[in-house]
Write a protein that binds this ligand. Structure first.
Ligand SMILES: Nc1ncnc2c1ncn2[C@@H]1O[C@H](COP(=O)(O)OP(=O)(O)OP(=O)(O)O)[C@@H](O)[C@H]1O
Ligand SMILES: [Mg+2]
Length: 509
């Protein structure tokens, strides 16, 4: 099975001020699962957009050969005609349309201009079955969770007679179970002869599914590793990506725990629309100065809802309970009050709540703390540039300049701007919701170092994460949530995956 299905040769792609790809080569064998790996901004998504015609022929240099034939795609339709289907980093289903409509959008099952709905529904049902979904073809895509939406995207790809399936960070927003399902599905498709390319920052996933890995760094091909034959280890992959050995995934830290910084007592929150539904049930907890506290829980356990309801009541209705800051009771009825009290919340959904994509890095960084760069209510441009420049260096944000629109940054680098923005508010309590989602291993280490520094300065950190190793590697104490309640509290010394999982799956019944 040494047939080469796809070959990309000498691909160079530039954006104003950025050489995103420089002479990149990629060879994908027929029937394999090929992983693309590399640091944030290495060029992975760009390479796949070149391949799928998002960036048309003429806008890049180099050659694409599919089944040995040279291809000059003008748009996505061109590449799809050959069976090259890409599922992008940002999900693209239209929430108001039904699952069936989404799947056949632009590929309507019609004869003589009339859409055949029966056929559409029947075919959709079959496709959903293939990806393991039993939902009705008629429900709105927006009512499905991200895991299921991802599967619908795959069903949509299958509807196009796919020969090469490209998945750009498909599991970034999925929980363990949904990720596992998706990876198993990829393996099942491989059995049936489908070739796929997967981009992911999760090493364990790549180890599970990939036959080979091509590593990009700074827009260049570094190497292609043969995972199975050469028995490649995770450390070996990291070395290729980062360019050096990374012996520890979590920086060392000396803990110095002070007084109670923030306390939440008997916190109850009801759903904003369904007024009878209690989302957070009698939750009480505290964070000390100098302490990093984690919250573990499965998707839907209420972790984000809890954080947002505390952060200026940005989630929920009928909220009751007490909040204490440095021993004094406080009320946080809106976000600006929360910021004034020294609380910052780094959202898990950077597109929706975190960034103004049309605006540049500089403005996004200072947005939540204009006081920090103003004198007599006038923004001091020089100071703004200085601060933003400082964060660019500290967090290693990959961009030619802080005047770049955040919408043009790679996924992981957008996340770093969101972090900068909230750190710049100089918070006493920093709430981090999935802070390293979509971030590469090297940059994760940088972010952990910054979190540790904040703790060392006597700040408190509340960290929500679905990656248990991350909580275990970083936190002094971990609370566990299930179905809106706290089901356990585990100190660092006693914390391990099994204990956490036990509390995470503890149900009322
Ligand atoms: N439309 C654009 N305009 C300007 N620069 C861009 C644009 N798209 C990408 N870039 C730049 O090209 C480089 C490669 O970006 P790309 O999105 O391919 O990275 P990536 O490897 O997918 O990273 P991540 O892991 O963070 O998703 C980055 O420096 C990015 O800022
Ligand atoms: Mg990307």
């Amino acid at each position: 099975m040494t047939d080469i299905l796809l070959e990309m040769r000498g691909i160079t792609k530039t954006f104003p001020g950025v050489k995103a790809l420089e002479n990149v080569n990629l060879q994908v064998k027929a029937g394999e699962i090929h992983a693309l790996m590399g640091e944030n901004g290495a060029g992975k998504s760009t390479l796949m957009k070149v391949l799928s015609g998002v960036y048309p022929h003429g806008s890049y240099e180099g050659d694409i050969l599919f089944k040995g034939n040279a291809c000059e795609f003008k748009d996505i339709r061109n590449s799809e005609e050959l069976g090259i289907v890409i599922i992008h980093q940002e999900l693209a289903l239209i929430p108001q349309l039904s699952v069936a409509e989404n799947i056949f959008l632009g590929n309507e099952q019609a004869s003589r201009g009339i859409i055949n709905w029966n056929e559409t529904v029947v075919k959709t049902r079959e496709l959903l079955k293939t990806v393991g979904l039993s939902e009705s073809p008629n429900i709105h895509a927006g009512t499905l969770g991200v895991g299921k939406q991802q599967l619908v995207e795959i069903a949509k790809a299958l509807s196009k007679e796919v020969k090469l399936l490209i998945l750009d960070e498909p599991t970034a927003a999925l929980n363990e179970e949904d990720s596992e399902n998706l990876l198993n599905l990829m393996l099942a498709f491989k059995e049936q002869g489908l070739t796929s390319i997967i981009i992911s920052h999760k090493l364990n996933e790549i180890m599970k599914v990939a036959d080979s890995i091509t590593i990009l760094r700074d827009g260049k091909t570094i190497e292609t590793l043969n995972v199975r034959e050469d028995q490649i280890t995770e450390d070996r992959i990291i070395k290729g990506m980062v360019g050096r050995d990374l012996t520890h995934r979590y920086p060392e830290r000396e803990t110095n725990i002070g007084d109670i910084l923030f306390e939440v007592k008997n916190w109850n929150v009801y759903h904003p629309q369904q007024s009878e539904r209690k989302v957070i049930d009698e939750v009480s907890f505290h964070i000390n100065r100098g302490e990093i506290v984690g919250i573990a829980g499965l998707m839907g356990a209420g972790r984000t809802e809890l954080a947002m309801s505390i952060f200026g009541q940005s989630y929920g209705k009928k909220i009751s309970g007490q909040l204490f800051k440095d021993g004094k009771e406080t009320k946080l009825p809106d976000i600006s009050k929360a910021i004034d009290e020294g609380i910052a919340y780094v959202t898990e959904d950077r597109k929706e709540y975190g960034l103004i994509l049309m605006d540049d890095i500089k403005r996004n960084t200072t947005l939540a703390n204009l006081n920090g760069i103003s004198k007599w209510f006038v923004v001091d441009d020089y100071k703004e540039i200085n601060e933003a420049e400082g964060f660019r260096k500290k967090l290693n944000i990959k961009t030619p300049s802080i005047h770049q629109k955040t919408g043009n940054l790679s996924g992981g680098n957008q996340q770093k701007v969101v972090l900068s923005k909230w750190i710049f508010t100089g918070p006493d309590l920093l709430i981090l919701d999935e802070p390293t989602r979509g971030i590469d291993v090297g940059a994760k280490y940088e972010i952990y170092t910054i979190i540790n520094q904040l703790a060392a300065q006597g700040k408190g950190i509340l960290m929500i994460s679905s990656e248990l190793p991350e909580l275990l590697g970083m936190c002094d104490r971990i609370y566990v949530m299930s179905e809106g309640r706290f089901t356990g509290e585990v100190p660092r010394a006693k914390a391990n995956q099994e204990t956490l999982m036990k509390f995470m799956t503890k149900s009322r019944r």
